[in-house]
Design a protein around this ligand. Structure first.
Ligand code: SF4
Length: 296
């Protein structure tokens, strides 16, 4: 491979590889030397590395993504057990399984530590690296605003503040084997499990799901163009019901805004951005739905 490049290009690639290796080893908390890691995967890296210009179809970014993924995989293989590196904790909080219900009973988790990902809601699938509709309702631990870091991860000492009682996903997930299916077979916790025995609040949750589901919202939004905007009223009705249920439960039952996200999922209006829409309030208190590009 070296023969296809001039010396400067090759030496730059090797130096950059060493830096990447150092970085991924630090990330996963491995004590292996960067040179040792590189040696163990050099054959793979030579295949993944840049090809002569006439043969290369990938961008620089794509090449480095593939190289980095291979290095990360090799770095994890040097320590196939949890070393509390915090990498999973910084890349998305866990969703809960039925066996995690006891974490609410023991007060390890409070209602405002979690929220509901409703069925049909748009979520980011890190394996597919794209946004997809959520297939099954799930209860998820909150993340630090603007980040994907679990709220229980303490950056200052790189530790989980509930490590001994951490959710099942955190205990079972093997970061060093990203394709492991151990966790995905587990039964997810949902609102029915948590609230069905609670009487009135469960009835309100069911009514909310019936009157403004994500399936209905997506369907009406997808029909906007074909109906020349006639489905706008239906969409506004879903948004209004979602808004008023939250207000009603908050006022009548004294439930705080963050706990409402467990009862009813995140506010429906926040999901509009995934459809390229936004909701504005007029001076008279009525709402208007706009395409995001209309405002730019
Ligand atoms: S609960 Fe603890 S172990 Fe699990 S993702 Fe959050 S910080 Fe990490």
């Amino acid at each position: 491979m070296e023969a296809d490049f001039n010396k400067a290009e090759w030496s730059f690639f090797v130096t950059a590889l060493k830096e990447e290796a150092r970085d991924v080893l630090w990330k996963v908390g491995s004590t292996v030397e960067p040179e040792t890691l590189l040696k163990s995967v050099m054959q793979d890296l030579e295949e993944l590395g840049p090809k002569p210009e006439s043969e290369e179809t990938r961008t620089q970014e794509e090449i480095w993504k593939q190289v980095r993924e291979r290095l990360l995989e090799a770095a994890y293989a040097t320590r196939p057990y949890c070393v509390k590196c915090g990498e999973c904790c910084s890349n998305g909080s866990p969703t809960l399984s039925i066996d995690d219900m006891n974490l609410f009973e023991s007060r390890t988790l409070k209602p405002n530590d979690v929220f509901t990902l409703r069925k049909g809601e748009t979520v980011f699938d890190s394996r597919l690296e794209t946004s997809v509709p959520n297939e099954l309702e799930r209860i998820k631990i909150r993340e630090t605003p603007g980040e994907k870091t679990c709220i229980f991860y303490q950056k200052w000492n790189r530790e989980c503040s509930i490590y001994d009682q951490r959710p099942e996903q955190c205990r079972i997930q093997e970061c060093w084997a990203p394709n492991s299916v151990a966790y995905t077979r587990k039964s997810p916790l949902n609102r029915r499990r948590l609230f069905e025995a609670a009487g009135d609040i469960w009835k309100i949750i069911e009514k909310h799901e019936e009157r403004c589901s994500y399936e209905d919202l997506s369907r009406e939004i997808s029909r906007l163009a074909a109906t020349k905007g006639q489905t706008v009223e239906n969409i506004l009705e879903f948004l209004s019901f979602d808004h008023h249920v939250r207000e009603f439960v908050s006022e009548k039952l004294g439930i705080g805004a963050e706990t409402l996200d467990l009862l009813f999922g995140r506010p429906l209006k926040d999901s509009l951005k995934f459809y390229g829409l936004t909701l504005d309030e007029r001076k008279d208190g009525t709402f208007v739905l706009r395409l995001i590009e209309d405002q730019e």
